[in-house]
Design a protein around this ligand. Sequence first.
Ligand SMILES: Nc1ncnc2c1ncn2[C@@H]1O[C@H](COP(=O)(O)OP(=O)(O)OP(=O)(O)O)[C@@H](O)[C@H]1O
Length: 402
Amino acid sequence: MTINYLEDQYCRNSLFLNEKYFEVNYLPDQIKHREQELIMLSKIFIKLIETPFRISRKVMIHGDVGIGKTAITRTFGRMLLLSAKKRNIKIKYVHINCRIEKSNFKILNQVLRKLNIPVPIRGFSPQDLITMLQDYLIKNEIYLVLVLDELNHIQNFDTNFDIIYSLTRMNDSDNGKNFLSLIVIVRDITLLRNLDESTISTLQGNILTLKKYTINQIVDILNFRIDKGLKKGIITESNVHLIAEKISDSGDIRKGLNIIRNAVKITEAKDKSHVSGNELQIAFNNLIPSLQDDALSILTYHMTLLLYVITVLLMERKEKRVIFSEIQKKYEEICFLYQETPKKSTQIWNNLQSLKNYSLIKIKTISKKVKGRKSYCSINSIPINILNEELNQKIRNFLSTR
Ligand SMILES: Nc1ncnc2c1ncn2[C@@H]1O[C@H](COP(=O)(O)OP(=O)(O)OP(=O)(O)O)[C@@H](O)[C@H]1O
């Protein structure tokens, strides 16, 4: 019987106190070195608390990858909700990632879901969904602060439905009240050039530009996670400084977190007790582009299982690709092991397509006249063992919260 790699990993003695502190989706209670930006957001939105339903704000936040755009917005969302709750003001905060919900319809659908508004499956246009949203907010006297993160990933900017324009129009209701404020987050403003000019000028009213962190600030931010997530003495201060220097060009904190996590995993795999320059160098060389970009965090549980199964099969067989039927068989075995109902063939195939769309796997279909079509999956340019470890950890996280 095949080794149960999950159980094998589970029994190891970890150098982590809790690996969740290195997950990029983890939102620390303390956002360091972004006080000015948080003060600015508070100044822009204070009227929502002082004179509820009177105003609508549109804000654009932009800056390079991994420098805290999402983190400060979510943190500000927390503050806003706390202040609103204290004064019994009905404000809701909804954060949508447009890299995941790529179309106008999907974005609006997700907004409705997050507000627990029953969503029709099909037959409705984005404008219909906006009307539903508007009706709901007016009827329930709820103010919505909507964040569209990674806005430039919307696929159909150039169609005749401008989601930003339509959302901001929502405030033109008969009773003169406002029900929506919008925060959009982009890396690069020029990517928005397909938007309607008046929409761009609306958004440009309040622009918050995030600067890169200095080396000392990066050290500080990384140390905060290290204190929470690692046992004492696993990584030295000078090594943290080294990481900060290496990533200071981009200022991407996510990269720093990934390097630390990978270096610790490599150290664990070598049964060593602290990270040396050697492990750090390997971790640096192994930085996986897709993982840097946090592609794994958007996977559903079953997509994660599926990708994990592919890594296991590729590692077991030492082959470059694996056929669909074998993936399905192994996936069903793993589901059985974790008392999970496996998805049907069509859904498995759809999940594989999503993995392909996220650039995590490649799929090659070969048509053979006699035996029919065969599809092969491969994982290129990623150290599979590291990916396998990442997925393993994610599955354990899923299992522990079930
Ligand atoms: N000032 C900070 N204090 C603590 N953690 C931070 C800070 N800035 C960034 N981080 C952490 O770095 C990681 C990346 O940050 P975040 O996702 O906010 O970046 P981003 O600018 O939105 O990136 P992207 O453009 O890729 O969406 C997250 O784990 C976040 O918690």
